[in-house]
Design a protein around this ligand. Structure first.
Ligand SMILES: [Zn+2]
Length: 241
């Protein structure tokens, strides 16, 4: 998820907790995202997959899904923060918001290797967590289908978190990794930042084009998803310009 240099931290209207020595603030937007996810899981996804489940079971599964989302985003962000600390870049804190989470660093890493490692730590943690959910699902998922449903959600969510964040679009982790690689090659941080921003703009426009094209040839669901990703990328590119 986006890593930022010092910025104005939104007020933590939803409280804060300390995890592994890092302050995690919860903004009001995160509670909105959690409520939306809870509704999506409890009223849409799980009833379709488990039509015979009692409503109490579905509510329990949806609440477990919200806990899984919280843990998944926190683990991803804490991985950034702890890796930053290892490279001498302290973290102001982690903020959970509507779009996931942001780790706010006190400074820009001094060299491209540190920049790359701090950015890569998040997706690596998310992939590890996806495996952490997939393994018990594979071993014991059959014994309790409802628990299996929550584990499957955790595995898919974390795989998606890792893959979305690996898109080479600044300030997503993939964009930072790309910038670090260009920075190492050219030795010019500013030029690497400009080149990365250009890649982000082009990819955003391409995704919007592919999304519109797919929608017009009858692939509406798929096309709309790509279109939304494209708009999200454009928004991110603009906000970090
Ligand atoms: Zn990240």
């Amino acid at each position: 998820m986006p890593l930022t240099a010092p910025l104005q931290t939104p007020r933590a209207m939803g409280g804060s907790v300390r995890v592994a020595g890092i302050r995690v603030r919860i903004s009001a937007g995160w509670w909105l995202a959690a409520a939306l996810l809870g509704w999506m899981l409890g009223a849409r996804l799980f009833p379709e997959v488990y039509p015979d489940a009692a409503s109490g079971t579905l509510i329990g599964m949806a609440l477990a899904g919200i806990v899984v989302l919280f843990c998944s985003v926190v683990v991803h962000e804490i991985a950034h923060a702890r890796t930053g600390r290892r490279y001498g870049v302290e973290t102001v804190g982690v903020t959970l918001n509507l779009l996931g989470g942001v780790t706010e660093m006190r400074a820009v890493p001094r060299d491209p290797s540190a920049d790359f490692a701090i950015a890569a730590a998040g997706p690596v943690a998310s992939f590890a967590l996806a495996l952490g959910f997939a393994l018990p699902l594979h071993l014991w998922g059959g014994a309790s289908p409802h628990l299996g449903g929550v584990l499957a959600f955790g595995a898919v969510l974390n795989a998606l978190l890792a893959m979305l964040n690996l898109l080479p679009v600044f300030p997503l982790d993939g964009g930072r990794m790309l910038r670090a690689a260009l920075w190492r090659r050219s030795g010019d941080h500013a030029a690497a930042t400009r080149a990365t921003a250009k890649v982000a703009r082009v990819l955003g426009v391409m995704a919007i084009g592919v999304g519109v094209l797919a929608s017009t040839v009858g692939q509406r669901g798929w096309g709309l998803s790509v279109l939304l990703v494209g708009l999200y990328l454009r928004l991110l590119a603009r906000s970090s310009a």
